[in-house]
Design a protein around this ligand. Structure first.
Ligand SMILES: Cc1cc2nc3c(=O)[nH]c(=O)nc-3n(C[C@H](O)[C@H](O)[C@H](O)COP(=O)(O)OP(=O)(O)OC[C@H]3O[C@@H](n4cnc5c(N)ncnc54)[C@H](O)[C@@H]3O)c2cc1C
Length: 415
């Protein structure tokens, strides 16, 4: 196949690229747009993979970013099952797995992340799963059909959500993790203990402060052996051990990589090469709402909003990325947590409402400045949190008292 030229080349078939394509059109761009993604499906909302889609409650179409015909209607060319295999930043060209060479004016690199695989004895056994794609969710749903006992490895939101989904599907779930409490790495031990209790109350067995030693079985996994010596029966295992940003293509092309392992970008999401932007899980950017600190955040909402900021800058609007990052996680029909932040460190937590009664907001402060806020059943308070985080100013005792008091008007809290 030969050469071709486009105005906008969007590399990666995930949410960040999809929303960039959408905003290029919505904000008036009329140039040629080519979006290249290596998955079988058109861009879709990955969070569904551990929730309704995993449980078989959603069709393959429901998670899609837009219905299949939308791409043609918008005159956006979508190439699925195709990888970008090389990028030449000087020539401003990309080599595709279909042997085409594409020259571009502007490019977005949004290649997302890959799951971290555990290389232990027995890891090659059947019925050990990782979860990133709709196809992985299909494999898990099929693979657990004849399993009664399932072990989840990991204490973060993927393992917790999958435990909730599989429990709702009638499976007996056991979760193994290094942490003492589920979700404590991101949200602290007190909030983590609440979610830990919620999972246990719905029948999930949890083993904390331990870790995977090896898998045992004959062809198919039968047991998970832990470092502390537990033998956990399992006819299937799902591993949620984190992800690493997929920066291979960017790195080979010579784009600068930041200290947090992502493609280093300005607050406008432009990489070290002018006209080449990054977005989503691989984007490490100078965050205006974090006082210019370099952050890299693997959240759905961040990928979504990055797509818009990158599109606006490709169109010459010169805008910084100013959204306060938002995260949500859904534990089946047991509850949903929402979070704005993130706080990498904090020295004070203030609780509003009651963790014991299961409806609360937890505020995370560092040196008196609000850094993050988690809400369970009180989402109305997140907008106030966004405003206070973006202001980045210390809160006095009166303001902190108002954060604690569920009757206080948060709209009146300065700044
Ligand atoms: C199971 C699951 C549940 C989640 N749930 C939540 C949630 O509840 N809340 C939340 O906030 N976040 C959640 N997330 C995280 C969120 O989905 C991600 O942060 C978001 O999808 C990142 O979008 P992205 O576009 O940066 O990357 P991705 O969605 O990873 O998309 C990148 C795409 O690019 C493709 N690609 C990579 N390299 C190339 C190449 N060289 N050429 C062509 N294509 C390439 C990849 O195959 C992939 O399809 C979840 C993630 C998973 C896996």
């Amino acid at each position: 196949m030969g050469e071709r030229r486009v105005d906008y080349l969007l590399i990666g078939g995930g949410l960040a690229s999809a929303n960039c394509a959408r905003w290029l059109r919505e904000a008036g761009g009329d140039g040629e747009i080519l979006l290249v993604g290596r998955e079988l499906d058109p861009p879709y909302n990955r969070p569904d993979c551990s929730k309704g889609y995993l449980r078989g409650e959603e069709s393959r179409e429901e998670p899609l970013f837009r219905p299949p015909q939308w791409w043609g209607e918008q005159n956006i060319e979508l190439l699925t099952r195709t990888s970008v295999t090389g990028l030449d930043l000087q020539a401003r060209s990309a080599r595709l797995s279909n042997k085409q060479e594409v020259f571009f004016e502007h490019a977005l690199i949004a290649t997302g992340a890959n799951v971290r695989r555990l290389n232990v004895d027995g890891c090659e056994l059947e019925h050990i799963y990782y979860l990133r794609t709709l196809g992985n969710a299909d494999a898990i749903r099929e693979g657990v059909a004849d399993a009664e006992e399932i072990v989840l490895i990991g204490g973060s939101y993927i393992a917790c959500e999958v435990a909730a989904s599989l429990t709702m599907m009638g499976k007996r779930c056991t979760l193994l993790m290094q942490e003492q409490y589920t979700l404590e790495r991101g949200f602290g031990a007190r909030v983590g203990r609440f979610f830990h209790g919620l999972l246990e109350a719905h029948g999930v067995s949890i083993h904390g402060r331990d870790e995977l030693e090896r898998f045992e079985g004959h062809e198919r996994v039968a047991k998970v052996i832990t470092r502390a010596g537990l033998e956990l029966p399992a006819q299937a295992v799902v591993v949620g051990a984190g992800v690493t940003p997929d920066i291979g293509l960017a790195q080979r092309a010579g784009l600068e990589i930041g200290a947090r392992g992502g493609v280093r970008c300005s607050s406008r999401l432009e990489s070290s090469t002018p006209g080449i932007y990054a977005a989503g899980d691989i984007c490490e950017y100078e965050s205006i709402v974090h006082g210019g600190a370099s952050v890299r955040i693997e959240h759905w909402d961040v990928a979504f909003n990055h797509g818009r900021t990158a599109a606006m800058n490709m169109l010459g609007h010169d805008v910084g990325h100013e959204d306060v990052p938002y995260f949500f996680s859904v534990l089946g029909d047991w509850g949903e947590l929402e979070y704005v932040g993130p706080a990498y460190e904090w020295d004070e937590e203030i609780e509003r409402g009651s963790i014991e009664q299961g409806a609360f907001t937890n505020w995370y402060l560092k040196d008196g400045v609000l850094r993050a806020c988690l809400s369970f059943g009180r989402s109305g308070e997140l907008d106030h949190a966004r405003r206070l985080i973006a202001a980045g100013e210390p809160l006095d005792d009166g303001a902190r008292g108002a954060l604690r008091d569920p009757a206080a008007d948060l709209g009146a809290v300065a700044p």
